[in-house]
Design a protein around this ligand. Structure first.
Ligand code: TXA
Ligand code: MG
Length: 389
């Protein structure tokens, strides 16, 4: 419900899954829905199949892939025999699996091909909750490596139509499971360090606040024995000065330019202070100069919360053609997460000349949203709403 699911029968669903599993077992790639974004899957334990993922996406070989499992038994089969899962991971898996959380585990080099981990000594594993993803993994009877199903550098697809526009002719089959509920990639967490702390390498669908709440809930009893302490949750932006973070602050993937449509994107700061030497323009000044800076009658896409003042400010400016896409209300960062990539891809498809995104608060899902927005944006501008009220 609410996901724009295609109308097909159980038999057709079953046939589609069988066909997809057949392609996978023939060492080909297949696109499938997950609750976060669409994935480009191949057999994770087969180096030849996994190599096709890199070729199809144009993905750099030093960016490792996430391995997707459909059961705990499947997870166990990937891990080194003597490895014991730590209490923090157990708590996180209990609350967030299946779901938008990826955990790093030690890599068993006899099981996981090196192409998957790009030479890292760890392997990233996730158990998705989307029924089509679970069914496909189970039917294939093996873990699937799957990055987001987009050409490297582009926004991740959250609808089958996005994938078709980007990868048509490059993949044999796309399973359409409707629009993704979460809309942003999973949170990537590293709990493998000696200090026992939990490092958030990539913010995503599971919020830092939820991770902290669950660790507190599940592990605080242990505090009483005096020796074990609650692990800290280290996040790149927030704990930048934390020495422990300086080693490996983000995933290998995060160093690449990412999430950019083929259209220039401007990030509009409305609540943070401009850097020294720059000053904030009034919203109306910024808006009124657009026709001359990008050209009269240009098409300008706007991504902003439904209750943003920006919408009122553009009412009077008809020197450009506005294309509006709302991101839920200011109080709903989860809606912004769900709609961000669809918004970027929809406006790109509408042929706009510029996309303007208004910043949202970096709380809860807002942290992951702003992480993606910063990477999508080629430039930042600072405005205030003083003259629009
Ligand atoms: O929600 C998701 O995670 C989606 C769906 C399809 O599951 N997948 C996804 O995969 O976003 P991808 O390849 O676009 O992003 C994987 C991220 C990259 O930033 C990569 O560097 C990081 O995970 N990663 C994978 N293995 C890693 C490892 N061993 N150590 C550190 N980071 C790793
Ligand atoms: Mg990706």
């Amino acid at each position: 419900p609410g996901r724009d699911l295609p109308e097909i029968t159980c038999q057709e669903t079953s046939d589609a899954l069988s066909l997809a599993a057949q392609h996978l077992n023939d060492l080909d790639v297949v696109v499938f829905p997950t609750e976060t974004v669409y994935g480009l899957g191949a057999l994770a334990l087969n180096a030849e199949a996994s190599a096709k993922i890199f070729a199809t996406k144009g993905r750099p070989a030093d960016n490792p892939l996430i391995v997707h499992v459909s059961s705990f038994a499947m997870l166990q089969s990937l891990l080194p025999k003597d490895y014991k899962i730590c209490p923090a991971y157990q708590a996180l898996m209990k609350h967030f699996w299946p779901g938008a959380l990826t955990l790093l585990f030690p890599r068993d080099s006899n099981v996981i091909p090196s192409i998957i981990t790009a030479g890292q000594s760890s392997v990233a594993v996730r158990m998705p909750s989307h029924p089509v993803a679970r069914a496909l993994i189970a039917k294939t009877n093996g873990p699937l490596a799957a990055p987001s199903a987009n050409t490297s550098g582009k926004p991740s697809p959250t609808k089958a139509a996005h994938v078709l526009r980007d990868l048509d002719g490059k993949v044999p089959l796309i399973l359409d499971g409707g629009a993704c509920d979460v809309g942003l990639e999973s949170t990537v967490v590293d709990g493998l360090h000696e200090d026992g702390n939990i490092r958030v390498l990539r913010p995503g669908g599971i919020t830092v606040e939820d991770i902290e709440r669950v660790l507190e809930l599940e592990l605080s009893e242990d505090k009483e024995d005096g020796k074990s302490v609650l692990p800290k949750v280290l996040v790149h932006k927030r704990d930048y000065r934390d020495e422990a973070m300086e080693q490996a602050p983000t995933t290998p993937g995060m160093k690449y330019r990412h999430y950019s449509p083929s259209v220039p994107v401007t990030l509009l700061h409305t609540s943070t202070q401009p850097p020294v030497g720059q000053h904030a323009l009034s919203a109306s000044t910024f808006i009124s100069t657009l026709p001359s800076t990008i050209g009269a009658k240009s098409r300008v896409g706007v991504l902003a919360p439904a209750d943003s003042k920006f919408w009122e400010c553009i009412e009077l400016e008809d020197g450009v053609e506005w294309h509006k896409y709302t991101l839920g209300t200011i109080a709903e960062p989860a809606v912004a997460a769900q709609r961000l990539f669809d918004g970027l891809l929809t406006l790109e498809h509408e042929g706009v000349d510029l996309i303007i995104i208004e910043e949202i608060l970096e709380e809860r899902e807002g942290l992951a949203v702003m992480n993606r927005v910063r990477k999508a944006a080629g430039e930042s501008r600072w405005i205030n709403y003083e003259t629009c009220e």
